[in-house]
Unconditional design. Structure first.
Length: 523
């Protein structure tokens, strides 16, 4: 009995150590880029959350409910309202304590909240593994992989929808497992419906998981509970994204607009390969871990009579098929099924370790070495993030450098992928946000004459878009014009690269490197 207790204490200690280190990675330089540079679509969530915090009572007083409609509510408003609640709590608490704070402090706090949401994926995913397989070793491996997955850590560093969607998807699957395990228990039907509804309110694309989530009810032939699940899901969706129901016509039109706009060629992510999302999953988990997940999934189906593992497998298949038929490759789109890949790979590794016990030491040593190589490769990417996340991003560092360098009379051209690029603050700057949508005539957006500017600042991400093979083949003139522009900067006697701000490679953070050129002929 004492030995069992000691083993359990050791496991708890290991889980705590893994969780603590995983949380450290998620909070490491959480302030990166602020206050000058934001990341991805972060302002689309945080800016409304801050706005609602300070205008909420005026909106209620004046019945200006329309002001609560986010610009992009078609993608889901739950994250905006979720972070609004935390912004209100943060602001009110510090005001009561008479602690001064600014907008940057709010941004950092909301990033910490997002990191906490990301961290919760670790225990929830580990718990789901244990419920499925009743295997402590595999649960430990699962916690390790979830805590140190480089993509989950990257997404934890800035406010986004995908982290919340991943947690809600995990919680929904866990509740569905409990429903299937316990029998027709109403509370698990209700909870799973709430989590699925909130997932829909986070991103409408979560709807694709419905066939997988309906599976436990169908297997039990419990159609009454299935109907309840659907109604509760709709109620939670309506509560978390109310204007999609109130303004259903507008909601429908925006979906059609989104499908038309993003259904065409999108230069930053165009990819027609049928294996693009298989390769994306392999990249998110490393090839070794991804292959292990495939073997683990097959083993789980063969060995266990519990059909709830099919929920995970069906989810993975649906996500792969749905996004493969799209014309874009965005790896964060498949993040909601990443924990399922990790769960199956953990099961495979655990199964191998348990199977090795009766074998010769040499065979054990060989397999251990092989696993060591796989794990080293997995953790290499995690450790690489420590060098890539710093207080200043290449863009914020470039802005601060230009701020001290540029005179009021100097002309500056900046090529960027961001609408809120810090170069907008430089006097005399012309900032061009790279147009990537074919539906918005991106193919006719040519670069300006670089000779008209004294300084040219280019970000690496937008300058890579025109080199996309699909874009290159479909619009050769467009490619030629941008290629000539770039060549004129790097291989010309007229321009000199005077400064560069770059990250170590491979660049996992999805941040642009920045290069600054000076026109040698400028007066």
């Amino acid at each position: 009995m004492k030995s069992v207790l000691n083993i359990n204490k050791q496991l708890v200690l290991l889980f705590l150590i893994i969780g603590s280190i995983g949380l450290f990675f998620r909070l490491y330089h959480i302030e990166f880029g602020l206050p000058h540079s934001f990341h991805a679509d972060e302002p689309e969530i945080t800016e409304p959350a801050i706005k609602y915090t300070y205008e909420f009572f005026n909106i209620i007083r004046n019945n200006d409910w329309y002001k609560l409609i986010p610009v992009s509510f078609v993608y889901g408003t739950f994250p905006v309202y979720f972070f609004t609640v935390f912004t209100m709590a943060f602001s009110k608490s510090l005001n009561i304590l008479n602690v001064p704070f600014d907008k940057t402090s709010i941004f950092i706090f909301l990033r910490i909240v997002n990191s906490t949401v990301s961290f919760l994926i670790v225990p929830i995913g580990t718990l789901l593994y244990y419920k499925l397989f009743k295997d402590k070793l595999g649960a430990l491996i699962s916690a390790l992989f979830l805590a140190f997955n480089w993509k989950l850590i990257v997404l934890s560093h800035y406010v986004n929808n995908d982290t919340i969607l991943t947690l809600l998807t995990l919680l929904c699957v866990l509740m569905l497992f409990k429903y299937y395990e316990k029998g027709r228990d109403t509370k698990f039907t209700v909870l799973s419906g709430i989590f699925f509804g909130l997932a829909l309110g986070t991103k409408i694309t979560a709807l694709m998981s419905l066939p997988a989530f309906a599976l436990p009810f169908v297997l039990k032939k419990d159609y009454k509970s299935l109907l309840g699940f659907l109604l509760i899901s709709f109620g939670a969706f309506a509560a978390s994204n109310p204007f999609s129901v109130i303004l259903v016509g507008d909601f429908k039109n925006r979906i059609i607009e989104m499908l038309f706009r993003e259904g065409g060629l999108v230069f930053d992510s165009a990819d027609y390969s049928v294996t693009k999302y298989i390769s994306a999953l392999a990249g998110l988990t490393t090839t070794g871990v991804f292959l292990a997940s495939m073997f683990g999934g097959v083993l789980a189906i063969k060995k266990y009579n519990n059909k709830t593992t099919l929920i995970l497998i069906l989810n993975i298949i649906i996500y792969l098929i749905f996004f493969t038929i799209q014309s874009r490759k965005i790896d964060r789109w498949i993040i909601p099924v990443l924990p399922f890949i990790i769960i199956f790979s953990s099961y495979f590794f655990s199964w191998i370790i348990h199977s090795l016990k009766p074998y010769h030491k040499l065979k054990i040593a060989t397999v251990t070495l092989f696993f060591g190589i796989i794990l080293s490769h997995y953790f290499y990417f995690t450790l690489l993030l420590l060098s890539q996340y710093q207080k200043d991003t290449p863009k914020s560092a470039a802005y601060l450098w230009m701020k001290d360098k540029v005179e009021i009379t100097d002309t500056v051209l900046a090529i960027t992928e961001e609408g809120l690029d810090p170069m907008n603050k430089i006097p005399g700057s012309t900032v061009i946000q790279f147009n990537v949508y074919e539906a918005d005539s991106a193919q006719y957006s040519y670069p300006p004459d670089a000779n008209l500017f004294k300084y040219i600042v280019i970000a690496s991400k937008p300058m890579s878009y025109y080199k996309n093979e699909v874009v290159k083949q479909k619009y050769p003139i467009y490619f030629k014009r941008w290629n000539e522009f770039e060549i004129s900067l790097f291989n010309s006697k007229d321009f000199e690269m005077i400064k560069e701000f770059t990250l170590t490679k491979p660049n996992l953070t999805n941040l642009s490197d920045v290069y600054i050129f000076k026109n040698l002929n400028a007066l």
